[in-house]
Design a protein around this ligand. Structure first.
Ligand code: ADP
Ligand code: MG
Length: 207
């Protein structure tokens, strides 16, 4: 047989910040490597928070990755022997990543994408809605709410109050449950003043 048939797949790992998306991506990559499958890991070049060339989780697990400027670069950098393509922080790519992922899966690659499902405004993040619809498997992970300890599905931006304290610091985020997540579209305010936020809302929820 000259051509081995390989069914492709699109696995999407999503959830809020700190939900373990990167840890899960690393876990799946390591398992594929144990199975002697050649894996290439990509991340958007803009994501240099921890390391330029590594994918690093909040629990400091890390794995080597290839930073790419655009999704098309993934196709250009593919090696012949590669069977699994993993992409972290997939929400930062533009819609061209949708075409790239579809092409890879159609060619028989196992594609694993990890990324935020929602931005701090609570809106679907970039290409993620389409990727979730196209997925052959979806994992929706949860973090722990920093206010009450319940399961968190939202990423709370803290910049509104934090910018006054942490001059020059970039944005800060926390994982929150729906009850402790706040964003007001009209004022573009991500957070109520601290007393109000922790007071009545927390009290009314009994925590
Ligand atoms: P993601 O890629 O989804 O942002 P990571 O895989 O980088 O998540 O990190 C997950 C890890 O973050 C957890 O295993 C835990 O050690 C740590 N962590 C820090 N804050 C939280 C939180 N509020 N909820 C859950 N995990 C947290
Ligand atoms: Mg991550």
């Amino acid at each position: 047989m000259t051509h081995m048939y390989r069914a492709g797949s699109i696995e999407v790992i999503c959830g809020p910040m700190f939900s373990g998306k990167t840890e899960e991506l690393i876990r799946l990559v390591k398992r594929a490597q144990i199975g002697k499958q050649r894996v290439q890991i990509f991340k958007p070049a803009i994501d240099i928070r921890y390391d330029k060339e590594d994918v690093v989780s909040h629990s400091s697990q890390s794995i080597k990755a290839e930073p790419v400027e655009s999704a098309v670069d993934i196709l250009l950098r593919l090696k012949d022997s590669t069977r699994v393509v993993a992409i972290d922080e997939v929400q930062f790519f533009d819609d061209s990543v949708i075409t790239v992922v579809k092409k890879l899966a159609a060619r028989g690659y196992r594609v694993i994408c990890a990324g935020l499902d929602l931005d701090y405004k609570g809106q679907p993040f970039g290409p993620i809605s389409s990727l979730l619809a196209l997925a052959t498997e979806v994992k929706k992970l949860k973090a722990v709410c920093t206010v009450c300890g319940n399961e968190a599905t939202r990423s709370q931006r803290l910049s509104t109050i934090e910018t006054r304290v942490l001059l020059g610091e970039t944005d800060h985020y926390e994982a929150r449950c729906l009850g402790h997540y706040y964003y007001d579209e009209d004022s573009d305010q991500a957070l109520l003043p601290l007393e109000e936020e922790m007071g009545p809302i927390a009290n009314s929820l009994g925590c």
